[in-house]
Ligand binder design. Sequence first.
Ligand code: FAD
Length: 498
Amino acid sequence: MDDRRIRDVVVVGGGTAGWMAAAALSSTMGDQLRIRLVESEEIGTVGVGEATIPAIRLFNGLCGIDEDAFVKATQGSFKLGIEFQNWGRVGDSYMHAFGQIGQSLDMIEFWQYWLRGRQEGVAAPLGHYSFNETVGRAGRFARVGRIPNTELDGISYAFHFDASLYAAFLRGLAERNGVVRTEGRIREVRLDPQSGHVAAVELESGESLAGELFIDCSGFRGLLIEQALETGYVDWTHWLPCDRAIAVPTANVGTLRPYTQSIAHAAGWQWRIPLQHRTGNGHVFCSAFMDEDEARRVLLDTVEGEPLADPRTIRFRTGMRRKAWNRNVIALGLSSGFLEPLESTSIHLVQNGIARLLSHFPDRNFAPANVEAYNRRIAYDYERIRDFIILHYHANQRDEPFWRQVREMAVPDSLQDKIDLFRATGRVFREQEELFTEVGWFQVLTGQNIVPETYHPLADVLTRDELAGFLRDIKTIVSAPVSRLPTHEEFIAHQCAA
Ligand code: FAD
């Protein structure tokens, strides 16, 4: 039988996506593949992207990364969730905390009891039953496992880090695994006239890199997937109209929060991401409702520390590539699409694309059914995250024109169905392999002030006193260990200071 195995992989781009792909492929298939990566220092990387979700720990595990060494090398900090301020109404604050909330009882989730408790006036705010949120708001952190004598999980965490340092860290790992890096600017992408596949990329130096499989990590420009293969883009700006971000790093002030902050403004929102050596800040906004000068002023008026560099504007168009995999090119990272960083999902989408690539790894036949299956799964992943992000905008009660527009717009049916079900029954279900869990959806649905008409009837099995006691016990169990944990700064100083 003909050997159709792929041997030669070329990764185009050395930003976070490129080095994640090179590190993961070399860690898993390094014996079978020759992996080369080309990047241009002159072009540089997008230079933002600092907050992640817990799944990144699986990626780091796949690459055999020591967590403390990684946090140290990337000036990293720990992340327990995201605090949303002013999103429903000005003055509101809620957290989308990772991990469990409370403890389920008699087949139904904790939050059904909480919904009933809220109706009957015996429930505290939802966050008091979340270990992650309670620890996070206290400014503490430790790697805590299951809380003894309970069914409550311990802490679920992700990281904040400097994405350029993460790329450099992964580069070291990939090069040790045998990945060969070429520095230079690609001048031309050469296509095979018969198959239409990418045959080689040619650099300005005259060097040519031929390959069988190309991973396009060239950033927004999509050098292979769009400029060479003209794959097309599905535009979602009618649902997510923000189109710019202004980013500025500042000096740290006060305590190091173990969570990201997302603060809504008149035509967008601002992120605050605490790292060991600085805080990352940015203002994502909609240029149809706010000009750039005002957006910059809003950002500079609300950062907490002294700016360490001039603010920088990044333009984007929300959506995804019509096909993430076209012929022998797979797009990862910004070349595959863009969703604003409201739920810190871009680096996750890179990781997800890599995991799916590994499970669909092709041979030189590039079986169309395999390519289509990959594309279907990637589109599904993108669309479900898109819906979750739209929810934050759509369910608002603010007065400004921007917020009125996103409140009044029609949302995708897939999201409308979820909202309708929740409103009518208090229930939310995770569909297929969608990223966000039911408890994640629940926190945002209620945080954005959607109040369901009822709750699960099984929550009525407790008497009112039993319900009040159950809620009180969970709150006590959640808060009891917190003061014994080190502060976030102490934990880092002890384990992984840069
Ligand atoms: P880039 O960093 O742009 O890298 C592109 C690479 O391609 C570079 O190495 C460049 O040199 C190379 N290249 C391009 N053209 C050529 C050429 N002609 N020849 C040779 N090389 C070339 N993600 C998160 O997960 N969390 C966040 O909090 C987050 N915040 C974000 C905030 C903003 C405002 C933006 C815009 C993005 C954010 N992201 C975030 C996304 C994150 O930054 C990206 O997903 C991630 O950095 C991956 O980028 P990339 O590697 O695809 O592209």
